[in-house]
Design a protein around this ligand. Structure first.
Ligand code: AP5
Ligand code: ZN
Length: 212
C-alpha cells in the first residue's frame, strides 16, 4: 500500500503513522523527522531548513522533492510506504506523480484549528527517535523517557503557540488545496481526528481495511 497522510500540523499524522506502519508492515516516512534529524546532525540540508522550520514556514520544494525521490527508491519501500508530511504543496504533489509513485490512498485526518493549538502545547517528542507523546493524551510509561528507545522527551521549538498559528495558516493556504487535487484523482478518504487517539486509530484502520 502506498499511502499519503494529509492533515493540519498536530492532526495526529505521526501518531497514526506509527500504528499503520506496524499494522501493514510498511515504513513510515516523515519529512519533518528527516529534516529534524538533518538539523541535529548539522548537515548542509539541515542548516538550509533551520530558519524555515523554526518560523513555521515550509522548506523549499526542491529540497523535499529530492529527499522523497531518493527515499522511496530504497529497498524497504518495495511493498509500499506511508508518507507523513509530504506532499505539502501542489508542486510537490505534481513531482510525486512524476516519480511514478502510484499512490493508492490519501487519508486526510481532520481536526479543528482551536483543538490543534491546545494539543500542540502538550506534545513531547523523543529527542533520539522522534516518537511523539502528549502530557495528557499519550503518556510514556516513565515520565520524560521514550518507551521505545529510552531517549529524553523534549518540546519541539515550533510548538510555541505563535509558531503553531503560523503553521496553521501555511497549512490552509498551501497544503489544503491538495484535498481537491487528490479528490479529483479519486484517492481522497477523510477521517475525523477530533476523538481520542484509540478512536481515531480505529477509524483510520477501518478506512484502510481494503488495502494490504
Ligand atoms: P512536520 O514534523 O511534518 O510537522 P506537521 O505537519 O506540522 O505535523 P506535526 O508533526 O506537528 O503533527 P502530526 O500531525 O504528526 O501530529 P502528532 O501525531 O505528532 O513538519 C515540521 C516542519 O518541517 C514544517 O513546519 C516545515 O517547515 C518542514 N517540512 C516538513 N515537511 C515538509 C514538506 N513536505 N515541505 C516543506 N516543508 C516541510 O500529534 C500531535 C500531538 O497531539 C502529539 O502530542 C500527540 O500525542 C497528540 N495527539 C495525536 N492524536 C491525538 C488525539 N486523537 N487526541 C489527543 N491528542 C492527540
Ligand atoms: Zn525514542
Amino acid at each position: 500500500m502506498k499511502l499519503i497522510l494529509l492533515g493540519a500540523p498536530g492532526a495526529g499524522k505521526g501518531t497514526q503513522a506509527e500504528v499503520i506502519c506496524e499494522n501493514k508492515k510498511i515504513p513510515a516516512i516523515s519529512t519533518g523527522n528527516i529534516l529534524r534529524e538533518a538539523l541535529k546532525n548539522g548537515t548542509e540540508m539541515g542548516l538550509k531548513a533551520k530558519s524555515y522550520m523554526e518560523s513555521g514556514a515550509l522548506v523549499p520544494d526542491e529540497i523535499l522533492i529530492g529527499i522523497i525521490k531518493d527515499r522511496i527508491k530504497e529497498e524497504d519501500c518495495k511493498n509500499g510506504f506511508i508518507l507523513d508530511g509530504f506532499p505539502r504543496t501542489i508542486p510537490q504533489a505534481e513531482a510525486l506523480d512524476g516519480m511514478g509513485a502510484d499512490i493508492d490512498v490519501v487519508l486526510d485526518i481532520e481536526v479543528a484549528d482551536e483543538d490543534i493549538v491546545t494539543r500542540m502545547s502538550g506534545r513531547r517528542v523523543c529527542e533520539k527517535c522522534g516518537a511523539s507523546y502528549h502530557v495528557l493524551y499519550k503518556q510514556p510509561k516513565e515520565e520524560g523517557v521514550c518507551d521505545s528507545c529510552a531517549g529524553a522527551l523534549i518540546q519541539r521549538k515550533d510548538d510555541h503557540p505563535d509558531t503553531v498559528k503560523e503553521r496553521l495558516e501555511v497549512y490552509h493556504s498551501q497544503t489544503e488545496p491538495l484535498k481537491e487535487y487528490y479528490s479529483k484523482q479519486g484517492k481522497l478518504r477523510v477521517v475525523h481526528g477530533q476523538d481520542k487517539v484509540e478512536d481515531t486509530t480505529r477509524m483510520v484502520l477501518e478506512a484502510l481495511e481494503d488495502l494490504s
